[in-house]
Design a protein around this ligand. Structure first.
Ligand code: 48F
Length: 263
């Protein structure tokens, strides 16, 4: 049968815009496709919620591809290893409480598992702002403002579009971009000691890993921080190429939001 290029185009446009249209009112919007965002996305979609993940780059995976300094092995602690093995990623014991996995296998499989769980992934899409509304006298994040990454990269003056979401997960890693935008543009107080973004401290893996999970919470009505963004928001440490905290943070934020959505 001869191929008709117009049908190929039609298939792409129909498929993409069906996905886009079903994302106009989301249960959860996730910004950032690193390990914390991917884990949260998969677990929420598995529960049947309407979940979309927005990633600036073409590839999902954030800072996990390269292990440590491009030596592409990741390390996780025992309590988090289930978040790799649950999706079929081989994990090897190195020493007590130190487990390793191939960084590329982990990254691609976490991404694949999220897609197959029903997460609607919008890669090459940047979140440039949030939507704020006053609900019962309290300001709340009720959506996201997105633009195509090439528009952003080229510095083109093109207006974004807007999607609604009941909850937003800020999982943009060290940069904590979404939260910075919220604080810069609005006279708001976060649920941090200073009411602002505390900023990330230097390397202390042990404390940082514990704090990543503790700091994973609703920092502003409707807005949760997860992964490295949680530590950067609450002034904790960085931890380098150990990824258990990122995975557990994704698991925690998914459970907390799922509980709220179920009422
Ligand atoms: O940095 P990243 O992997 O986030 P994470 O889940 O994991 C952190 C670890 O990779 C590592 C670490 C582990 O010990 O410290 O750094 O906290 O992934 C964040 C993703 O967010 C994307 C960015 O491209 C990256 O893939 N991102 C950042 N800002 C935006 C964004 C934005 N405004 N819109 C869309 N995507």
């Amino acid at each position: 049968m001869p191929l008709d290029e117009r049908i190929i185009t039609e298939a792409i446009v129909d498929g993409y815009f069906a996905k886009f249209k079903s994302s106009l009112e989301l249960d959860v919007a996730i910004v950032g496709g690193g390990p914390s965002g991917l884990t949260a996305a998969r677990l929420l979609a598995k529960e049947g919620f309407n979940v979309a993940l927005f990633e600036r780059k073409l590839s999902l995976g954030g800072g996990m591809w390269g292990g440590g300094m491009t030596y592409n092995i990741i390390v996780v602690q025992e309590e988090s290893a289930h978040l790799l093995t649950d999706v079929g990623i081989p994990v090897a014991r190195y020493k007590d409480n130190y487990f390793t996995a191939d960084a590329v296998a982990a990254t691609t499989t976490l991404a694949s598992a999220a897609c197959l769980a029903g997460v609607k992934v919008f890669n090459c899409m940047s979140v440039e702002d949030v939507v704020l509304r006053e609900v019962n006298g309290i300001k709340r994040v009720t959506g996201i403002v997105i633009n195509s990454s090439p528009v952003e990269m080229a510095g083109l003056h093109v207006d974004p579009v807007v999607l609604g979401s009941k909850f937003l997960i800020e999982a943009t890693g060290h940069a904590t971009e979404v939260l910075h935008t919220l604080v810069r543009k609005n006279d708001v107080k976060l649920g941090t000691p200073s009411g602002g973004i505390e900023g990330e401290q230097s390397m202390w893996a042990d404390v940082a890993e514990t704090n990543t999970v503790k700091n994973t919470r609703e920092i502003f009505p409707g807005l949760y921080v997860a992964g490295m963004a949680a530590n950067a928001s609450f002034g904790s440490y960085r931890m380098g190429p150990i990824f258990g905290g990122m995975l557990l943070s994704g698991e925690k934020v998914a459970a907390d939001i799922a509980a709220k959505l179920r009422g």
